[in-house]
Design a protein around this ligand. Structure first.
Ligand SMILES: [Ca+2]
Length: 381
């Protein structure tokens, strides 16, 4: 509204100035004023529509309340969520009646269906589902021909094949190579174009034109940070995650304090408190990003004691969540390794708690917990 008011003021200013100006400038000022009038009219009708919709919904809510209808709490009624089209984007998140969402397609794709859809009073969307289809640019063009001694010779530009009738047919490299196993020319998606083709990467990646591969974008280097409220940014392949490791809540006489963003230490135990001295000394949090379908076996993480007190350390998995394929193995007296033993298809999140028990002879000196979260990306790159 403020924007429109400013526009009106600006146009009035222009009109005032226009009074003393030349004819073309006056015409320009009148044109701007008309545009502003149209904007205001659009705004007014949209405002009235929303007001009417709100009043109808209030009336419905009033009726439902007086009937004692418990479903009235579902006010306001929303339209079902709409997904962005494949190879495109959706702008707008509101799903209440009167609101609109818009659809855009990536480069090389054309929108079919409705570009704009409005959430209607009956909680359905206006228009047709939006879809993005590859632009079918002209694949046939005339050949370059020359005559010599009444013999005609025709040639085509690179990327085209000569056809009868002095025509050049585009070679569809994507269907020729990309769709066949063992001859992929793009790591993700191939888009054919007249005389050539290009590789397209999914969101979260940028195309490396030299290698024709998709490189992950490190969102965590952005300023200001993409994570707020003291959360730590972890860059993943194709995305990122904001984490906030929490120490265990105080229980009986065991309390932990955070000694760094990724580490909790147990506070000293009271004399004679057996349960406290048996609790882990430290808990550290580790976040690993891996690609989908990694070749296995693969060492993901190595664990060593912060300061080795005892003769040996023993490593065991004490807790796991969706972590099939993660194993721990001893890699020396003071070292343990977390190994991925089974290839995992992403997107997936695996979590394990690995306990490291330090002992001297038969005596247990202390326990440390490594909480490891493995984020498996959607793609193998
Ligand atoms: Ca990333």
């Amino acid at each position: 509204m403020l924007k429109h008011l400013l526009l009106v003021l600006l146009s009035l200013q222009l009109l005032r100035a226009g009074a003393a100006q030349t004819c073309p400038e006056q015409k320009e000022a009148i044109k701007i004023l008309r545009q502003v009038q149209k904007l205001l009219a659009d705004h007014e009708s949209s405002y009235l529509r929303e007001l009417k919709s709100l009043s109808r919904r209030l009336a419905r809510l009033g009726g439902a309340v007086s009937r004692g209808d418990s479903t009235a709490s579902s006010f306001p009624e929303n339209c079902p969520p709409l997904k962005p089209p494949r190879h495109g984007r959706k702008l707008g998140v509101q799903k209440t009646p009167g609101h609109q969402v818009h659809f855009l397609c990536d480069l090389g794709y054309q929108l079919t269906g409705s570009e704009t859809r409005t959430c209607l009073e009956n909680q359905t969307w206006s228009g047709q589902a939006a879809a993005c289809t590859a632009t079918n640019a002209s694949s046939l063009r005339p050949a370059k021909c020359s005559s010599f001694h009444s013999a005609q010779q025709c040639t085509c530009d690179p990327g085209f094949l000569i056809q009868p009738g002095a025509l050049c047919q585009d070679i569809d490299e994507c269907s020729l190579y990309q769709d066949k196993p063992g001859s992929k020319i793009c790591v993700h998606e191939c888009v054919n174009s007249p005389g050539s083709y290009r590789c397209v990467c999914p969101r979260g990646y940028v195309l490396d034109p030299v290698q024709n591969s998709c490189q992950d974008i490190d969102e965590c280097v952005a300023e200001p940070s993409v994570c707020t409220g003291g959360h730590i940014c972890i860059n993943l392949f194709g995305s990122f995650v904001c984490v906030h490791p929490e120490c265990p809540k105080p229980k009986a006489n065991v309390t932990y304090i955070k000694t760094s963003g990724h580490q909790c230490e147990r506070t000293p135990c009271l004399v004679g408190s057996g349960s406290c001295s048996e609790a882990p000394h430290s808990i550290s949090f580790h976040y690993l990003a891996v690609q989908s379908q990694l070749s296995v076996p693969r060492v993901l993480f190595t664990m060593t004691a912060p300061q080795s007190l005892g003769d040996s350390q023993r490593f065991t998995i004490t807790k796991e969540k969706g972590a099939r394929g993660l194993q721990v193995r001893q890699a020396g007296r003071h070292r343990g390794e977390l190994v991925l033993s089974r290839s995992v298809s992403g997107p997936a999140e695996l979590q394990v708690d690995v306990e490291m028990a330090e002992s001297s002879g038969q005596k247990l000196l202390g326990r440390h917990i490594f909480t490891v979260t493995v984020y498996v990306s959607q793609y193998p790159f």
